[in-house]
Design a protein around this ligand. Sequence first.
Ligand SMILES: Cc1cc2nc3c(=O)[nH]c(=O)nc-3n(C[C@H](O)[C@H](O)[C@H](O)COP(=O)(O)O)c2cc1C
Length: 205
Amino acid sequence: MPEPTARDTRTATTAVPLHPLLAQRWSPRAFDPHGEMPADQITALLEAARWSPSAANTQPWRFVVARRGTPAFAQVLAALAPGNQVWARNSAVLLVAVAETVDEDGAPRPWAQYDVGQAVAHLSMQAQAEGLVVHQMGGFSADALSSAFGLEERFQPMVVAAIGSHDADLVLPEPLAVREQATRTRLPLAELLVGGEPVALPRSA
Ligand SMILES: Cc1cc2nc3c(=O)[nH]c(=O)nc-3n(C[C@H](O)[C@H](O)[C@H](O)COP(=O)(O)O)c2cc1C
């Protein structure tokens, strides 16, 4: 993989080349405050989530889609932790991903959270392919979201994703500006392997 350029310091450093959609994905906080998402693009993201795999094809993902400037956006924004509100307010869309943890008959869905995470991963890759960026957040009040959108108890808000266009020139307040430029790090590959066959690991990994 070519060395990242000075302007492209966010690309993952990998032991072997990855698909650019994966290598170049990261979670910016500098969203273009004027960026908008056309309806087709929102549909594409939801389609990517809809066609992700799930346990027994139960498809336990549900979404709240809130465009900037709408009452729904204000409700989702208000449910975010203050440190997330500062920057997430500029995103074009705030999307709440919800897990149906118990089915209509009261049977638990033990894989629901896993499936929702995977659906959001697929949605994120589609967003990356569309030239958008996604920043997921766990810092929010699930109770505030459930009450704002009338979610039954068996529906659990898992994550809020800020989605929109990256604005590399937007100046964020500190300490966000520093974090936006900080080196992206990961555990070494070897630390991820807890058993099984030996895997060829380049020294740099
Ligand atoms: C479930 C989840 C919760 C997260 N919560 C927050 C959050 O509340 N605020 C925030 O700024 N970033 C949040 N992040 C973003 C992570 O900090 C980020 O993905 C991680 O540092 C790796 O950086 P990268 O996505 O740029 O590779 C969250 C990410 C995930 C997947």
